[in-house]
Design a protein around this ligand. Structure first.
Ligand SMILES: NC(=O)c1ccc[n+]([C@@H]2O[C@H](COP(=O)([O-])OP(=O)(O)OC[C@H]3O[C@@H](n4cnc5c(N)ncnc54)[C@H](O)[C@@H]3O)[C@@H](O)[C@H]2O)c1
Length: 431
């Protein structure tokens, strides 16, 4: 595995757990030394135990020695980041190409070279050009995109709905099928396709899910105005098997390390082929506007004067069960209220975040009671299990505390009984 981040670490560990010998390489030496000292570099439920088990069994090796890893491997997965180029929607492939150039330098015999990173249509062809220029013939380039979700990554590896493999070589399909056989035996679909299809399937899947979220978020806006409960609408819609109930829960703008960049990446692929992907463009725009809608709601809740108001965020990651902060809405909301001179506190089960270190009046507390004490407003930002049955008045010791529930964890009637001013998403009285 070249790149030992969220994808490389989980996938590498899980491949080791089904009996393979895996080298996890990263050029960030601090990550490798942390992993070699027995500590995981990410928060992912259940991962630490599987790392330890396979590390002790010597099936899982963490190293920065690329030459050693490449020499000993038959199959190489590229798992490096593919962000957008700064200020554009195009995908920055320089980490992928750099990793490939480094890998092939050390390779003598035939190997399978796989992009597990999310890469746009045509990347496999680009890689082949690089190999040709470097006069390297011993590689078979494959696309095998990853679909794991942070927070449920181990389950997603072990029980995937489908395994997508794009190749133009029958022998390679057979090797890939053998590699994934333990998962296929448990019911995963093994789908052989072209490399270009495999590349597009990943972007299409993420853009479709982002569209579903955005659709329900916009409907939630309508429900607030039209005195309707969005949850009834989601349930009624989602029980149609053609639609499905997943990804129909309204909330803040979608975030995380994939949807924001992959929707944009797909638009740029459309542009490259002169195809106007107007739906995806609208989704991106709607999602960007959503953050403004939420901060406007905070303005309405707090009123004109934010000075000395204590605002507490419960959860700041983009979703629960991960420590990933990439493109989380809290990155926009916290600086906004801090600029208005509120006293901002936050609590997150995965600890303090470097992203907020330089934000004025913003403090982390590892004790939820301290974070909430005397709060004027609590913003339920991420739906961690531990936030689902809180006694807000006891927690804050403030009878006038207001709650802004971005995840609809509580009900309006519950809060009314407790005389707490409560705001949520897409429900009657949501304003
Ligand atoms: N995070 C997810 O949930 C997820 C899910 C599916 C697909 N993906 C895709 O997988 C890819 C990786 O995502 P991630 O979240 O794991 O990224 P990440 O930033 O967590 O990890 C990338 C790692 O690669 C390392 N790296 C970069 N260049 C290297 C090189 N030349 N040699 C060795 N190591 C190098 C970095 O130090 C980093 O540790 C992206 O394309 C992403 O879109 C991510």
């Amino acid at each position: 595995m070249i790149g030992t981040g969220y994808v490389g670490l989980v996938t590498g560990t899980c491949f080791a757990d089904i009996g393979n010998k895996v080298y996890c390489v990263d050029n960030d030496k601090s990550k490798i030394s942390k992993l070699n000292s027995g500590k995981s570099t990410i928060y992912e439920p259940g991962l630490d135990e599987i790392i330890l088990k396979n590390y002790n069994a010597k099936r899982l090796i963490f190293t920065s020695n690329l030459s050693l890893a490449v020499k000993n491997s038959d199959i190489i997965f590229i798992c490096v980041g593919t962000p957008n180029k700064k200020g554009t929607q195009t995908v920055d492939l320089h980490y992928v190409f750099k990793a490939i150039k480094e890998v092939v330098k050390f390779s003598k015999n035939k190997k399978i070279l796989i992009t597990k990173s999310t890469v746009p249509v045509g990347t496999a062809n680009e890689i082949e050009k690089i190999l040709k220029n470097m006069k390297k013939k011993n590689f078979d380039v494959v696309s095998n995109p990853e679909f794991l979700r942070e927070g449920e990554a181990i389950r997603d590896f072990k029980y995937p709905d489908r395994i997508i493999v794009g190749s133009n070589n029958n022998r390679t399909f057979k090797i890939m099928e053998r590699l994934y056989q333990p998962l296929i035996n448990k019911g995963a679909m093994f789908f052989k396709t072209s490399r270009r299809s495999a590349e597009l399937i990943k972007y299409a899947s993420n853009a479709f899910l982002a569209t579903k979220i955005t659709f329900i978020n916009e409907l939630a806006n309508l429900c607030e105005k039209a005195n309707i409960n969005i949850e009834d609408v989601s349930l009624g819609m989602g029980s149609d098997v053609r639609i499905g109930s997943r990804f129909l829960r309204p909330g803040p703008a979608y975030g995380g390390s994939c949807f924001p960049k992959d929707t944009k990446g797909l638009i740029s692929t459309g542009d490259k082929f002169n195809v106007n992907l107007s739906i995806v463009k609208t989704v991106v725009k709607s999602n960007q506007n959503r953050v403004h809608l939420h901060v406007k709601r905070i303005d309405k809740i707090i009123g004109k004067n934010f000075k000395n108001k204590k605002i507490t965020f419960l959860g700041v990651t983009f979703k629960p069960n991960t420590d990933d902060m990439r493109d989380s809405t809290s990155l926009k909301m916290i600086p906004y209220v801090s600029k208005k001179e509120a006293n901002v506190f936050y609590y997150d089960p995965t600890g303090e975040k470097k992203e907020f270190k330089n934000i004025r009046n913003c403090k982390f507390s590892k004790d939820i009671k301290i974070a909430c004490k005397n709060a004027d407003l609590i913003i339920l930002h991420t739906e961690w299990e531990e936030f689902k049955s809180l006694d807000f008045q006891k927690l804050t010791k403030n009878k006038g505390v207001k709650i802004y529930d971005l995840r609809n964890l509580y009900t309006f009637s519950d809060m009314l009984r407790k005389k707490i001013k409560y705001y949520s998403i897409g429900r009657p009285n949501a304003n």
